[in-house]
Design a protein around this ligand. Structure first.
Ligand code: ATP
Length: 378
């Protein structure tokens, strides 16, 4: 079989480089195509330096040529990365916070997809790995972190630090917690505007005595409103993690969430997407997986958007129960659930390391300890 260069180019015109828009031939990304009998060599240059973008580009090219031109074609794809020459600006906004190394915003477009559950379990997994961890529960519509850490009746006390009165976070399972829920009545509907919420959160960060923290997780309210804009613009967020179920309506909102973080005025790196309630396995049928909300939706969305897929969490009764009794499932020892959360947490840490390496050395966001965590892959 002799392949024609024209056929290959025509096939490549049907795909684009992740995140670059336009078809890869028209944008000039495809630099050269050579054919020898049933062999094809494609040289392509992309601007996105992430491993996923490279891998995705390669896979798309292989798949497209196999599907549209010749299924047995022997294809070599040479992907070159030509990142923009301008040095990356440090996207960290606001003042660096002494003692707090990384701030990770946990967000979801849609409500009720398990953002707080994921935040709580990420925190516990990070703590088990040896990191110093804090959670700032910023979900003004329904702060649930105090319940998940069994501290809903607690109230933070003031401590004197160098002559200044500071709020001491409540500690549970080795995780320091401050929640907007500690300052509002449980049945009080909180109608706050963005700047007010951002101010309250600023106080909970800057006027609190967090001590040394490797990861401060912020449990954001659901949605993409002005509250998010205010928070993102005023706090030095290292990166954002998006939680979604595989359901179409949740994915549409998750996509808006990713777009919000990536827009120019916000520019917070998206560390990746976590798929929650990915499938249901009944106790009595351990080999069955029911894809109640659809299959691989969040994974496919991550691929489409060129962001990392951080992992999937099943829909399991004990996750809900452990959240309700204030003992996050990740506290379990060597169970499939605690292992699943551990693996996702390692991916998050890896992405933070990657992200910090990609920024100038001046930023105040270096990870200082990798204790208990698998060494990052270079
Ligand atoms: N993987 C899971 N398996 C079973 N139940 C889950 C799972 N994830 C979350 N839940 C349950 O779903 C409900 C909603 O979860 P959660 O409060 O974490 O969502 P959320 O996205 O933070 O909600 P909100 O929009 O109110 O902030 C809770 O009762 C929680 O226990």
């Amino acid at each position: 079989m002799k392949l024609s260069k024209q056929d290959i180019l025509k096939a490549l015109e049907t795909i684009s480089v992740p995140g670059e828009g336009g078809n890869m031939v028209e944008t000039g990304a495809v630099k050269n195509v050579m054919t020898f009998g049933d062999e094809v060599i494609v040289d392509i240059t992309i601007t996105n330096p992430s491993l996923q973008a490279k891998k995705r580009t390669e896979v798309d090219i292989l798949k497209t040529i196999h599907e549209q031109v010749y299924e047995k074609a022997k294809i070599t794809v040479n992907v070159k990365v030509d990142a923009p020459a301008t040095p990356k600006v440090n996207v960290i906004k606001g003042n660096a916070i002494p003692g707090i190394q990384n701030i990770i915003a946990v967000a979801s477009g849609k409500g009720g997809v398990g953002k707080s559950t994921v935040t709580a379990n990420l925190a516990v997994s990070l703590q088990k790995m040896g990191f110093k961890v804090g959670i700032l529960d910023a979900d003004i519509y329904g702060p649930s972190i105090p319940i998940m850490f069994d501290v809903e009746k607690e109230r933070p006390l003031a401590v004197d630090i160098n002559g200044k009165s500071k709020m001491r976070p409540i500690e549970s399972y080795g995780v320091k917690v401050l929640s907007i829920g500690f300052f509002t009545q449980p049945d009080q509907a909180v109608v706050w505007r963005g700047p007010m919420a951002a101010k309250a959160l600023n106080q909970m960060i800057f006027d609190a005595h967090w001590g040394e923290i490797d990861f401060l997780l912020i449990d954001l309210p659901p949605g993409t409103g002005d509250i998010h804009l205010s928070i993102m613009q005023s706090l030095p967020i290292t990166g954002a993690v998006i939680v979604s179920t595989p359901q179409v309506v949740a994915l549409a909102d998750a996509k808006k969430g990713v777009a919000m973080f990536q827009q120019e005025s916000i520019n917070v790196p998206v560390l990746g997407i976590i798929e929650n309630m990915a499938y249901f396995t009944p106790n009595e049928l351990p080999n069955y997986k029911y894809y109640i909300f659809g299959k691989d939706g969040a994974k496919n969305l991550a691929d489409d958007l060129g962001v990392k897929f951080l992992g999937a969490i099943p829909l399991v009764q004990s996750i809900r129960e452990s959240g309700d009794v204030g003992s996050p499932a990740a506290l379990q020892i060597d169970t499939p659930l605690s292992e699943a959360f551990k693996s996702i947490t390692q991916n998050v840490v890896q992405e933070v390391v990657n992200r910090n390496e990609a920024l100038p050395p001046t930023e105040a966001i270096k990870i200082t300890t990798m204790a208990g965590c698998a060494a990052p892959k270079k």
